[in-house]
Write a protein that binds this ligand. Sequence first.
Ligand code: FES
Length: 262
Amino acid sequence: MAQFQENARVTRIEELGGENYRITVDCPQICKVSHPGQFVMVRTGRGQDPLLRRPFSIHQTSAQGEMQLYFKVVGRGTDILSHVRKGEILSIFGPLGKGFRLVKDKPAVMVGGGLGIAPLLYLGKELCRLKIAMEGDTIILGARNREELAPLVKDFQQFGFNLFTATDDGSLGHHGFVTEVLAVVDIPAESVVYCCGPEPMMAAVAKFCHSQGLTCQVSVESVMACGMGACLGCSRPAKNGIYTHVCLNGPVYNAEELVWNI
Ligand code: FES
């Protein structure tokens, strides 16, 4: 699969609340070959500081070659990135990893929590482009509160899926977890569930899907130093008894392939 290193110009920076940001960059080569669920490695600073690139899932691409990254400030790299200015150049490498396997002829259920919502916008867009909308197509989004979730909800409304929200404090949608919503919404038996979020959330979704006989794909997060299979920093146990490298074999897996430690 083709990969590119591009010097991408920042064209837009959005502060979305709750220390969440979305930046838009011009990187047409990467956009052209990328797929929902894949990620890019971004050099967030200048020179050697910070030394390592940071992984970001691809939030959205456009036909014009613009890519969006959605992130929360959680450390030095993301803090630097949150302060980039329009017109600055970022070195971006990708696309990397294996993304979601899009199933065109079955109802889709997307479940995202927190930053795990990031890759689902790209996924929803591609599912809409490829498949015939079906009764039962559903999106369930969760976050800590309205401030974090509301700016993203309108982006997901464009798909026409049944849309549900959940927040930890009850300020938008269901007061509680996305898994509680998943358990009560009407989902056709042949649905494919696409999930990304915190590990306990994905473990609960995987368990629910297993109990219902639903196919479930999960996009897992991992610490990544190289993003290319060279450092072993992203390894995690798989059901077959060997370790899988999230950057090469993931980040998207069938939920049944992984060991869930929750
Ligand atoms: Fe280095 Fe996966 S991040 S091997």
